[in-house]
Design a protein around this ligand. Structure first.
Ligand SMILES: Cc1cc2nc3c(=O)[nH]c(=O)nc-3n(C[C@H](O)[C@H](O)[C@H](O)COP(=O)(O)OP(=O)(O)OC[C@H]3O[C@@H](n4cnc5c(N)ncnc54)[C@H](O)[C@@H]3O)c2cc1C
Length: 403
């Protein structure tokens, strides 16, 4: 874990040990049974842990105090997010899990008072969950200006028709924010789409299936839905922000979201490194000759540790830049951490599995869960290649302007 004082504040100095203790006592002992078993069946147990988190004043660290949270800055929350990432249940228990956290941030800034009262407040209290439906199976999500989902005005309503997938956590959610085209003729493709809130008890909405991810269908919060909207009628007042603002809002939603994800990935890396070290010391090739005595294993441990430290500094610096200068000014840094840290995550998980040998690919450790479910890190929130291209173009710009 982080040992650099300049990465913490007096507030997080006080909070971090409390989060670590909570995870160690309440989540580490039960997490494997829940993630490899039925998430739904464990909801009562998970809900009582959420109540305990509230009682211990650790719930929703990202929200302001008036909203029932801890009023942390993005930089401070980043440190907490790393610790929570060390358990696959961490963010969920404290109600700061994706995609809800992104929807909370978005609605806080852009939703009407009515939508906030009806949907945002129960979401912040952890009474309901939400999802975000943008990606369509028929179009490249990497270039989301091509969308077929249409929201056509009919008096005071929109009628939405479309097909989405990778709508994470749709199973059991109460509403989704859907990205739909409201102005197909607009000459600027980035002004054609809008974000509209759709309650999921709407008769025009259907969860077609939970998409199997490397053999795991998942359920409830731990799932990725394929969904459809068929003549789905919602009031125009369910619009978030203004018409045509969909892409602007999507960018707003993603800036801090990348900090949350990257710090969660660093938390996973720390836990995987911890498991790797424990196994390397425990597993003996001959009596008195543990794996840890082999130079190759030592190299892997040192390289993983160095990559994790570099990642942490990079992400915390980006969080600082976002807070000081805004997400737009920190665009290149945000792209850099997205592809750099997701790559470190893959490498650390792979090495941790390798050190565990056959055990590493079983479901007897957390590693196989992360290997399956975090492979997506290099794809969601913009595939790595897109972010590398953003960064390289920015680096090359001054060179292009010279003779
Ligand atoms: C685990 C997970 C959770 C997700 N959750 C959500 C969600 O909640 N809501 C939602 O709406 N979507 C979600 N998504 C979808 C995600 O946003 C898309 O998968 C992503 O945008 C990529 O789109 P695509 O899958 O259509 O890939 P494509 O756009 O078809 O791209 C395929 C590949 O092409 C390459 N590529 C793409 N563009 C370029 C380029 N410019 N240069 C070079 N190579 C390129 C990349 O390697 C990329 O992986 C999720 C995805 C995953 C994996």
């Amino acid at each position: 874990m982080s040992n650099s004082e300049f990465l913490t504040s007096s507030r997080t100095e006080e909070l971090l040990p409390k989060y670590r203790a909570f995870l160690k006592e309440h989540l580490y002992p039960i997490e494997k049974e829940i993630i490899y078993g039925s998430f739904k069946a464990h909801l009562p147990q998970l809900n009582s842990l959420r109540q305990l988190a509230k009682k211990e004043k650790l719930f929703a660290p990202h929200l302001s105090e008036s909203e029932g949270g801890l009023g942390l800055s993005l930089f401070e929350f980043a440190g907490i997010s790393e610790v929570l990432g060390s358990s696959p249940l961490g963010h969920y228990i404290f109600n700061c899990q994706a995609p809800d956290i992104g929807n909370m941030e978005l609605m806080h800034q852009f939703a009407s008072k009515e939508l906030k009262d009806q949907y945002l407040k129960p979401l912040q209290r952890g009474e309901i969950r939400s999802c975000f439906a943008m990606t369509e199976p028929e179009h490249a999500g990497s270039n989301p200006k091509h969308l077929s989902t249409l929201a056509i005005r009919d008096g005071d309503n929109y009628i939405i028709n479309g097909h989405k997938w990778f709508t994470s956590s749709a199973d059991g959610a109460s509403f989704t924010i859907v990205m739909a085209v409201t102005d197909p003729q607009n000459p600027n493709p980035y002004q054609r789409a809008s974000m509209i809130l759709v309650p999921l008890d709407n008769p025009g909405y259907k969860l077609i299936r939970n998409i199997p991810i490397m053999g795991d269908v998942g359920e409830d919060y731990m799932s990725h839905g394929e969904v459809s909207f068929t003549d789905c009628r919602v009031p125009v007042s369910n619009l978030i922000g203004s018409e045509g603002q969909g892409f602007v809002l999507a960018q707003e939603r993603l800036g801090p979201g990348r900090i949350h994800h990257c710090m969660r990935w660093i938390g996973i890396c720390e836990r995987a490194l911890d498991l790797m070290c424990k196994r390397a010391v425990y597993r003996e090739l001959d009596p008195g000759r543990p794996l840890a005595s082999q130079q190759t294993i030592q190299n892997w441990i040192a390289e993983c540790s160095a990559s994790i430290k570099a990642s942490r500094l990079m992400v915390m610096n980006t969080a600082y830049q976002i807070e000081k200068f805004g997400a737009k000014a920190a665009k290149e840094d945000i792209s850099t951490i997205k592809f750099f840290v997701s790559d470190v995550l893959m490498k650390v998980l792979d090495k941790a599995i390798q050190v565990h040998g056959g055990l590493g690919i079983t479901d007897d450790t957390l590693l196989s869960f992360w290997y399956r479910h975090e492979r997506g890190a290099r794809i969601y929130d913009g595939p790595d290649e897109v972010h590398k291209s953003v960064l390289a173009r920015s680096i090359l710009k001054p060179y292009m302007n010279h003779e």
